[in-house]
Design a binder for this molecule. Structure first.
Ligand code: NAD
Length: 479
């Protein structure tokens, strides 16, 4: 077969449906409920014009609501030329399952604007974003109680701040206006740790995986996360933070980075921060001096490594390359990077895949914290931090008294006092909540994976856990 022409594979939405169907077959859902959960409730398509550079430019945007079993519904807004209805609906479905899996009390939604954000300057992007937001706000498709977007590919805290401001201009008396969107900058109602949250969640997911020797063995790996060779595709928000934390804090070795203009490879490891700086100044990875560059970036997906982290686009692991993938462990930081066909091939090869709906749930988890912060109008830790410190002071004073009594034959470990006395600030609380969420959700998935012979992989287990929760909530509503 010609390697350039992919065989006919189902589209992204169909791929999600195939994976859903595989899981749902193992469940005992009442007739009709299965379909109710699978289908996307509604997709709004908007075409609007913006006067830019002396002419009117028409843009097409989408907001899909997959499931309203809980409200508000939640999901990012993507800016890319590849955005289309099928993709937005697939992503909205994944949001439903993801929120259920990590117990974020939201239904699933997703938005997209068909645009190349690099083709417009900041002022133009602000005009386009505000206009798109206006179209969605006036239909309650952005609303703190009904539909709360967040960043996705091509958008970040800058766009979220414009959207929040647009909502507030149109709803001047809504005291909860800031909660209409998450992923905002701190000075516009954001929360500490949101920008890094998805990458941080990938790190916590891998740490949790490596706490379970049985799971490590299933991936034909051994030992710890430290020293594992990692290849990451996409050094954007998610890929950059995941690669940075894994290399700097867990001593994993990032041997490969794949970007739009090719890949970088260095057996001894790449300095993620240095590569990121190079991209920022040179516009790509080409000519980076401390690694081998290959213009055919995707080829590096097939290179030997311990952990492969696709963190860019969907469908990059497909029927054209699945049988050549050598990584024994794949963690899907991106949404839908593995097609349903490739998933099958990899499972037969014994590759362990930590699925997208779990792996990249750190973003929505911290978005949930931000939404709660906005609704409560107070920063996490503000009330209890000093009280916590005061209580800790009492213990430290007692320990110091003991120290005196024992005539300094016993003493506190250096730094103990400073570390113990400090009450948790917002960032620490966010990290603690995220870590707990990632651990708990992994354990729920692995319990199903290990306890049932008919559940072949973590993805099926993740679907089983989340579909069960969505079904329970529909049943409770009397549907
Ligand atoms: P981003 O726009 O910040 O980064 C995407 C990166 O991928 C960019 O560096 C881009 O240059 C690179 N890229 C684009 N095309 C590529 C190609 N063909 N080969 C290699 N690299 C390529 O986007 P992001 O927010 O990091 O999102 C990445 C993925 O993670 C998406 O699938 C998104 O849905 C998912 N995700 C993001 C979040 C979030 O909080 N941002 C949360 C959950 C899931």
């Amino acid at each position: 077969m010609d390697q350039q022409t992919p065989p006919a594979e189902p589209g992204f939405r169909e791929s999600v449906d195939i994976m859903f169907n595989r899981a749902v077959k193992l469940m005992d859902l009442s007739p009709g409920l299965e379909e109710k959960i699978r289908i996307c409730n509604a997709t709004y398509v908007v075409r609007f014009g913006v006067r830019l550079r002396g002419a009117i430019h028409t843009f097409t945007g989408y907001r899909s609501v997959h499931s309203e079993h809980m409200e508000p519904v939640k999901g990012g807004i993507r800016y890319a030329l590849s955005v289309h209805q099928d993709e937005v609906e697939a992503l909205a479905a994944l949001m439903t399952y993801k929120c259920a899996l990590v117990d974020a009390p939201f239904g699933g939604s997703k938005g997209g604007l068909c645009i190349d954000p690099r083709a417009w300057d900041e002022h133009e992007l602000e005009q386009i974003t505000r206009r798109f937001a206006y179209e969605l706000i006036k239909r309650d498709l952005i609303n703190p109680a009904q539909n709360v977007p967040a960043p996705d590919m091509g958008t970040g805290e800058r766009e979220m701040a414009w959207i929040a401001d647009q909502y507030k201009r149109m709803n001047t008396t809504d005291i909860n206006g800031s909660a209409c969107v998450t992923g905002k900058p701190i000075n516009a109602g954001g929360i500490q740790g949101r920008t890094e949250a998805t990458g941080r969640g990938v790190q916590y997911a891998l740490r949790e995986f490596f706490r379970h020797p049985e799971d490590i063995a299933k991936a034909n790996l051994s030992g710890k996360l430290a020293g594992k060779r990692v290849i990451v595709q996409g050094l954007g928000n998610v890929g950059y933070h995941a690669a940075k934390f894994l290399s700097e804090e867990d001593n994993a070795i990032v041997t490969g980075i794949i970007e739009r203009d090719g890949s970088l490879y260095a057996e001894a490891g790449l300095d993620v921060e240095d590569v990121k700086k190079w991209i920022a100044t040179h516009g790509g990875v080409a000519n980076y001096p401390h690694a081998t560059h290959d213009a055919d970036g995707a080829a590096l997906l097939e290179h030997e490594c311990d952990i492969l982290i696709p963190a860019a686009l969907e469908g990059v692991i497909n029927m054209t390359n699945a049988d050549r993938i050598k990584a024994p462990l794949i963690i899907e930081a991106a949404n839908g990077p593995t097609t349903a066909g490739a998933d099958e091939v990899l499972r037969k090869k014994g590759v362990v895949i930590i699925p997208d709906m779990y792996a990249n749930a750190g973003g929505v988890t911290v978005s949930y914290f931000e939404w709660v912060k906005n609704l409560s109008h107070i920063r996490f830790g503000r009330m209890q931090r000093r009280a916590e410190e005061a209580r800790h002071e009492l213990i430290v004073a007692e320990l110091e008294r003991l120290d005196e009594m024992l005539e300094h034959r016993w003493s506190m470990t250096p730094n103990f006092k400073e570390k113990y006395l400090r009450g948790a600030d917002e960032l620490e609380l966010v990290r603690s909540g995220l870590d707990d969420t990632m651990r708990t959700a992994y354990q729920a998935m692995r319990d199903v994976w290990h306890s049932r012979d008919d559940v072949p992989d973590l993805r099926t287990a993740a679907y089983l856990v989340s579909i069960r929760k969505v079904a329970d909530s529909y049943r409770a509503k009397g549907l």
